[in-house]
Design a protein around this ligand. Structure first.
Ligand SMILES: NC(=O)c1ccc[n+]([C@@H]2O[C@H](COP(=O)([O-])OP(=O)(O)OC[C@H]3O[C@@H](n4cnc5c(N)ncnc54)[C@H](O)[C@@H]3O)[C@@H](O)[C@H]2O)c1
Length: 276
């Protein structure tokens, strides 16, 4: 393969990507990167207005449009598919980025494991687990009909080794890793060898969801938990959203055409480090 053929693998011109949670910190960065590579991007988010500053920053050559969705409502997702086909004329890739933790689904000094409320557990399992499975049903069906497409799920380091205190999120993300493997086998065996399903497992990135856990709000210094994470990260730093982008583009592109059912850590070596 020559240089221009290799570079062309990362040219997404004429390809359409739906990103759930696309108005968020990490998936907004993915949307920007994909537009830079020529893609049409449908930002699907429960708060689509948050996508406007992201869209304003984009300089093409692709373009992005934001749509309201709720990943827990299949009927809304089916409407989204119609909206995407009307807007862009096709649909090729799905990134399942909507997800997150709930403080209620963790243990704390004032909340033991035995007291974690059912509502908090249901919230975090539904958002992460069903919020990934439902879009795969709706958008994956279209991919199965076409016999082509790629799904990228967002797992977490906490799926490999559950983080202390973080019960619901860790278990739900472990479910996403497991589901990623299951769906990759199912789609390849039952529908098409050109259907691929993978996941990224980001390590520790400072974002709105975890800033207070990692950094002291008043001084910006590392919290004891933040320091412990840095001590267990061979690369000695938290990640940036940009650290995810090369892996995301690779997993969507034909450069990873023989990769399916993989959960790729992007963690500065955290998962590999035994701690001694
Ligand atoms: N931040 C990290 O360090 C980290 C690490 C590992 C994995 N992750 C995962 O990466 C993904 C993105 O994380 P982030 O930090 O960018 O979060 P974020 O909160 O910035 O973005 C999440 C987005 O999802 C949207 N959303 C929430 N519920 C929704 C629903 N029901 N339907 C549609 N959209 C909904 C929110 O409006 C938000 O824009 C999540 O799955 C998260 O669990 C994050």
């Amino acid at each position: 393969m020559n240089q221009s053929e290799l570079i062309k693998m990362y040219d997404f011109t004429g390809r359409t990507v739906a990103i759930t949670g696309g108005a968020g910190v990490l998936c907004g960065a993915m949307a920007e990167a994909l537009v830079s590579c020529g893609a049409n991007v449908a930002i699907l988010d429960r708060e689509p207005e948050k996508a406007q500053p992201i869209i304003d920053r984009m300089a093409g050559p692709g373009r992005a449009v934001a749509f309201y969705t709720d990943v827990l409502k299949p009927e809304v997702l089916r409407k989204n598919l119609d909206e995407i086909l009307a807007e862009f004329g096709g649909f090729d890739y799905l990134i399942n980025g909507a997800g997150g933790n709930s403080p209620g689904a963790t243990t704390r000094p004032d909340q033991t494991f035995f007291d974690i409320p059912e509502s908090a557990l249901r919230f975090v399992f539904d958002l992460n687990m069903l919020g990934t499975i439902f879009p795969c049903q709706v958008f994956g069906k279209r991919m199965a009909e076409l016999g082509d497409g790629v799904i990228l799920n967002v797992s977490s380091m906490s799926a490999f080794r559950p983080l202390t205190r973080v019960l619901g999120y860790s278990a739900a993300k472990a479910g996403i890793s497991n589901f990623t493997q299951w769906l990759s086998v199912h789609l390849a065996q039952e529908y098409s060898k050109r259907l691929r399903v993978n996941a990224i497992a980001p390590g520790f990135l400072v974002t709105d969801q975890n800033r207070n856990l990692l950094l002291d709000a008043s001084t910006g210094a590392l919290t004891p938990r933040g320091q412990s994470i840095i001590d267990h990260t061979p690369m000695g730093r938290f990640g940036d959203p940009e650290d995810l982008l090369g892996t995301v583009l690779w997993l969507l592109s034909p450069a990873s055409s023989f990769v399916t059912g993989a959960v790729i850590p992007i963690d500065g070596g955290f998962a590999a480090f035994a701690g001694v």
